[in-house]
Design a protein around this ligand. Structure first.
Ligand code: AVJ
Length: 339
């Protein structure tokens, strides 16, 4: 197809046998329903949140350390270099809420900058993974003046915790280019929902991976060590663990495609052969034709102008962008205008 670049290397044969651990808070019913609905479609798909059980969150952390995956280290460098100006521009918030906090390893830089100006700050990390939240707590223990209030929640469905009264100005963080996982209309819904829970003067800081050459993007999502393939295939391993499915991970390949027009990467698991998979808990047999794909996630790579438009349509006023020297990545600050 025109305007697409297929990753040069796709691989089969990587199994992810990992030790069993604490389950996530995703309910059995939610997983079962999402899987049934997604695999019964003509174009099979699984929602990206399924990727982030505790194993998946660990594998994602491993991705962030890959040389090809420049996103995390570039964002960390931007936050480290500009922490003081970011905090000043955000108006010295007393409360920092972070959507998709993960292990919060980048956030401590901002909190440290804040603590140079305020005696005490509240930090509310929000994540679907309980394991990630306890890692966040460990990461922040050295910052003793942080009042830590973790929330295990999925957004935008579960933003109710934002109704709790803030103790002063708030800063909401949405880092890691997590926004890229959402289809543009869903991203707008999420940002608008966040915006509605905030007060005039509150700030929103979003890290976004920029549109760039697929020669840089593709290796970041299809590393030669096969970590991203393991991350992707973990969703099948998860269905084996949680739904008694019998996916053979060696019969699926990790495939990444750049969609130039939409300015996004699409990630798939592609069946290497014609095969049937049984999902016991769903009482379901699913047929896969040879080369049939399951879409597992998209990663949008917008221009700065597109990001600004998104922020404006959500009801924010874009105020500033910080970036790295190579202009790979942007950190956007926006504000809730006076009511
Ligand atoms: C966590 C959604 C930002 O899109 O870069 C990384 C997820 N998937 N490699 C991204 C991901 C495969 C990641 N986000």
């Amino acid at each position: 197809m025109n305007g697409q670049v297929v990753s040069p290397r796709t691989r089969a044969g990587v199994t992810g046998e990992l030790a069993p651990r604490l389950p996530t808070r995703d309910t059995f019913a939610a997983v079962a329903e999402a899987v049934r609905a997604g695999l019964l479609r003509k174009h099979k798909r699984l929602p990206p949140w399924l990727l982030y059980d505790d194993e998946g969150s660990d594998l994602f952390e491993e991705i962030t350390r890959l040389p090809q995956y420049y996103l995390t280290r570039t964002e960390r460098a931007i936050l480290t270099t500009h922490a003081d100006s970011i905090i000043a521009a955000a108006g010295c918030p007393r409360e920092v809420v972070e959507l998709g906090a993960g292990s919060a390893s980048k956030t401590s830089v901002l909190l440290a900058a804040l603590l140079r100006r305020l005696p005490r700050v509240r930090y509310v990390p929000v994540d679907v993974s309980a394991a990630a939240l306890s890692q966040a707590a460990a990461e922040l223990r050295p910052l003793r003046l942080v009042d830590l209030q973790p929330v295990a929640a999925r957004y935008p469905e579960e933003l109710d915790f934002l109704r709790r009264p803030a103790n002063g100005r708030r800063l909401v963080l949405f880092l890691g280019s997590n926004v890229g996982n959402y289809e543009p209309p869903r991203a707008l819904e999420l940002l608008a929902a966040v915006r509605r829970h905030l007060a005039p003067g509150d700030a929103f800081l979003m890290g976004v991976d920029r549109r760039k050459s697929p020669a840089v993007l593709l290796p970041a999502y299809d590393d030669d060590a096969g970590v991203t393939a393991r991350f992707s295939k973990n969703v099948l391993a998860r269905l084996n663990r949680e739904l008694g499915a019998n996916f053979n991970l060696t019969r699926f390949r990790h495939v990444v495609i750049w969609r130039d027009r939409a300015s996004r990467l699409d990630l798939y698991l592609e069946s290497a052969v014609s095969q049937d998979v049984v999902i016991e808990a769903l009482d379901l047999r699913v047929h896969f034709a040879a080369r049939e794909r399951i879409h597992t996630e998209s990663s949008h790579k917008p221009t700065d102008a597109k990001v600004r438009r998104l922020l404006e349509r959500a009801g924010f006023v874009p105020e500033a962008v910080w970036q790295d020297e190579r202009r790979l990545y942007g950190v956007h600050l926006a504000r809730v205008p006076p009511g």
